[in-house]
Design a protein around this ligand. Structure first.
Ligand SMILES: C[S@@+](CC[C@H](N)C(=O)[O-])C[C@H]1O[C@@H](n2cnc3c(N)ncnc32)[C@H](O)[C@@H]1O
Length: 228
């Protein structure tokens, strides 16, 4: 008997289109349109990179979870994940709860709060922060990463998807679209990926970074930081 026939690996399709369709069905019209934009920005390559980096079971923190789209996605690709989502926007948290309930992610939990001070019980096997770090004021970014480190178990993975600051045109393109979403008053504090790498290393993480090219000029980076 060959090795291949002795071992059974489940290999979900790379894009998880069934998982995304389930999420879309659970959302009202406007949020469904937003979800389709988010899933077209965080494309198959990005989602699959992140899915494989995250532990396939255990307790995972989703920082700035928004409508809970990625908690719903990562919860479907690996059903043993229990995801705790936090976001200061109460309406988004309500929606995240609805979506998780309707797709059967019953172990997921969602709390309204700011990552800087929301009360969180217990430790986490992993945490992810998808396009949120640049919404946190520059002077608070290091304390946030410090807090996330303290919430992780040793060996736990902190996964950050953000935007790097080069090429300049890519940053400008992203900033214009971010401004359309958040207006002019909110701070947007992007950093170069090497800056994030140095900060995370100094906080006691082992860091790997990949840039993920896109057809649109978003300068995406995925940072995988393992707590030592
Ligand atoms: C671009 S959206 C990304 C939402 C979600 N992570 C996703 O990928 O669809 C940024 C999110 O970060 C949240 N956010 C902003 N500042 C935050 C903070 N200090 N603590 C936690 N979440 C925050 C916003 O409310 C918003 O939902």
């Amino acid at each position: 008997m060959s090795i291949a026939s002795e071992t059974h690996f489940s290999a979900p399709e790379v894009y998880g289109s069934r998982a995304i369709a389930n999420i879309a069905r659970a959302l009202p019209f406007v949020e469904r349109a937003y979800a389709s934009v988010r899933f077209s920005i965080l494309r198959p390559k990005l989602l699959s990179v992140m899915d494989l980096m995250l532990t396939d079971e255990g307790r995972i923190l989703d920082v700035g979870c928004g409508f809970g789209l990625f908690a719903a996605y990562f919860g479907q690709t690996q059903p043993k994940r229990s995801i705790v989502g936090i976001d200061p926007n109460a309406r988004r948290i309500d929606m995240a709860r609805e979506v998780a309930k309707s797709i059967g992610c019953t172990a997921h939990r969602f709390h309204v709060g700011d990552v800087r001070d929301v009360p969180l019980q217990g430790s986490f096997d992993a945490a992810y922060v998808l396009d949120v770090m640049h919404h946190i004021p520059a002077e608070d970014q290091r304390p946030v990463l410090e807090r996330l480190r303290d919430l992780l178990v040793p060996g736990g993975m902190l996964l950050i998807k953000d935007i790097t600051t080069e090429p300049r045109f890519g940053l400008l393109f992203t900033e214009v679209l971010d401004r359309v979403m958040v207006g002019w008053k909110e701070p947007l504090a992007y950093r170069h990926h090497q800056d994030w790498g140095a900060m995370l290393t100094s906080l006691g993480f082992k860091v790997r970074i990949v840039r993920v090219p896109d057809v649109l000029p978003y300068p995406h980076v995925v940072i995988a930081a393992t707590k030592l």
